[in-house]
Design a protein around this ligand. Structure first.
Ligand code: HEC
Ligand code: HEC
Ligand code: HEC
Length: 424
């Protein structure tokens, strides 16, 4: 499952670090889910809970969707109940299990006070005073206001309580000593930063977008290169990064320069790329549970903000002593090539044995060269600026491997497809 892979990356952050997850807040939640209604994984609510107003609960729900609390706190792979915890997150330092955050009084957080909840979500401190590992992205969530976080609690109070004991954490010595987290916190967590302040020179939409992206959206977690300590590198902010060999592309003004704001928003709205191809890798998971639930003006706000971000392009990955199997190439293929090639979009050759036999007549090196340098509608390296040539070659190898297996499915019109290829 892609999302588990992604979480491994987050794992690196465990000891080291990570940024913050915060989210956007919103007003009316009524419109939120035309899309969601059909196959929403979110549980039914008790809107009659007298402690909170329905508006609070709805607002909290919207923030929870933005922040994708569901993905980590639900063991979907094993049909776990919503928010009852159990998802295992492997890290180099051991395994963590996301806890039960339903209102069950014994096994969940039903007995927590507002203060305890706010301290946990915005500061990463447990009711007993111990520190959470930053896999729980409190350092993004602290960009939300206290009110936002209390609304999230109102929502969590309204979902069905599930009795499920938390799995003990399995961190290796010495990382199992939570007190070590203090070192990380002192180094990387800005206690005083708190709620995101709006920039008065910018539009309301831009500020809203900044809040979503830097806060609850935690986009930097995947789209920004992490340094040695797992901290996103500021100069490469959102300029693309590998997430366990998938590539989360450059989503700054540079990376999105060919798209207008509407087209960027449509990526979230329809779960699809401007080429009309469905998203393939981990982004699909991100959106499945969260981004598609956002209101249109919030998607436009994200676009507004992203299109204003200017960063340096990350350096090409170092390739010394590294060889890539076609299996590695598969990940890059899925995140950066499949959207065109699987569906033969924009004239891209499909994954078809007959077509690739003809392409291979030019020799493999020629194919590598086109993939690396680009040609016509084929973007250089499929848009993965940070990819080494070796990694791109591995993706080509994977395409050749796939095409080799793929003849029965596509025997009807191979000749037509071949005609679509430009002579060279
Ligand atoms: C990237 C995965 C991830 C996301 C996203 C995430 N959490 Fe967590 N959360 C965790 C993990 C892992 C822990 C346990 C950390 C530890 O034990 O140090 C945790 C712990 C918690 C706790 C403490 C529970 C306890 O019993 O001590 C609360 C409360 C919580 N999360 C709420 C939320 C809320 C609310 C959201 C969304 C706004 C959210 N989390 C999003 C992974 C996540
Ligand atoms: C869990 C990791 C992860 C997170 C969190 C994440 N993304 Fe992505 N994103 C990816 C990956 C990987 C891709 C590549 C496509 C794919 O694999 O589906 C992608 C693709 C995209 C694309 C398409 C870009 C293009 O030109 O190909 C956009 C736009 C985007 N993400 C925006 C965002 C925004 C905005 C956020 C935060 C609200 C976000 N992402 C959070 C992993 C992530
Ligand atoms: C935006 C769509 C798009 C993406 C993304 C894309 N391709 Fe392509 N690709 C094309 C098109 C269009 C062609 C045909 C180019 C031409 O004929 O000039 C092509 C052709 C190719 C060819 C055949 C070269 C030849 O000699 O005709 C290879 C190999 C290839 N792509 C590999 C890749 C790899 C590897 C990736 C990902 C790292 C990738 N492509 C991503 C659109 C795309």
């Amino acid at each position: 499952m892609a999302v588990l892979k992604v979480l491994n990356r987050i794992g690196f952050i465990v000891f080291a670090c990570v940024a913050s997850v915060a989210w956007a807040d919103d007003g009316d939640a009524a419109s939120q889910s035309t899309v969601a209604a059909s196959n929403s994984p979110y549980p039914p609510l008790h809107l009659t809970d007298s402690r909170h107003t329905p508006e609070q609960i709805k607002h909290g729900e919207y923030l929870v969707k933005m922040a994708d609390c569901f993905t980590c706190h639900t063991n979907e792979a094993e049909n776990g109940k919503a928010f009852s915890g159990g998802l295992k997150i492997d890290t180099p330092f051991g395994s963590l299990y996301a806890p039960n955050i339903t209102p069950d009084k014994k096994t969940g957080i039903g007995n927590w006070s507002n203060e305890q909840f706010v301290r946990a979500v915005r500061e990463g401190i447990a009711p007993d005073g111990s520190y959470y590992y930053p896999v729980f992205p409190y350092n993004y969530f602290n960009k939300m206001s206290v009110r936002d976080v209390l609304d999230i609690k109102a929502y969590l109070d309204a979902i069905p309580a599930v009795s499920q004991r938390n799995h003990p954490q399995e961190m290796k010595w010495p990382f199992n000593y939570r007190v070590l987290q203090l070192g990380w916190r002192l180094l990387f967590f800005n206690f005083s930063a708190g709620e995101l302040k709006s920039e008065p020179d910018r539009s309301a939409s831009w500020n809203r977008g900044a809040f979503i992206v830097e806060g609850p959206g935690h986009c930097a977690l995947c789209h920004t290169r992490l340094n040695y300590f797992g901290v996103p590198e500021k100069s490469y902010y959102l300029a693309g990064a590998f997430v366990e060999d998938y590539y989360a592309p450059n989503i700054t003004s540079q990376g999105l320069k060919l798209l207008n704001n509407r087209q960027v928003a449509n990526i979230f709205l329809h779960d699809e790329m401007p080429t009309r191809a469905k998203l393939g890798g981990p982004m699909k998971e991100v959106e499945h549970n969260s981004l598609r639930f956002l209101r249109d003006n919030d998607m436009m706000a994200i676009a507004d903000y992203l299109k204003s971000v200017k960063s340096k392009s990350p350096p090409v990955e170092v390739e010394i002593n590294r060889s890539f199997s076609h299996v590695k190439g598969k990940k890059l293929y899925q995140s950066s090539c499949a959207m065109c090639h699987r569906n033969q979009l924009m004239g891209a050759p499909g994954i078809d044995k007959h077509v690739w036999n003809i392409l291979l007549d030019q020799g493999r090196d020629k194919l590598y060269e086109v993939a690396i340098r680009g040609s016509g509608n084929m973007p250089a390296k499929g848009g993965c600026d940070a990819c080494s040539n070796g990694r791109v070659k591995a993706a080509v190898d994977h395409m050749i491997f796939l095409a080799g297996k793929n003849r029965a499915a596509h025997t009807e019109t191979p000749s037509k497809r071949v005609h679509k290829l430009k002579p060279r």
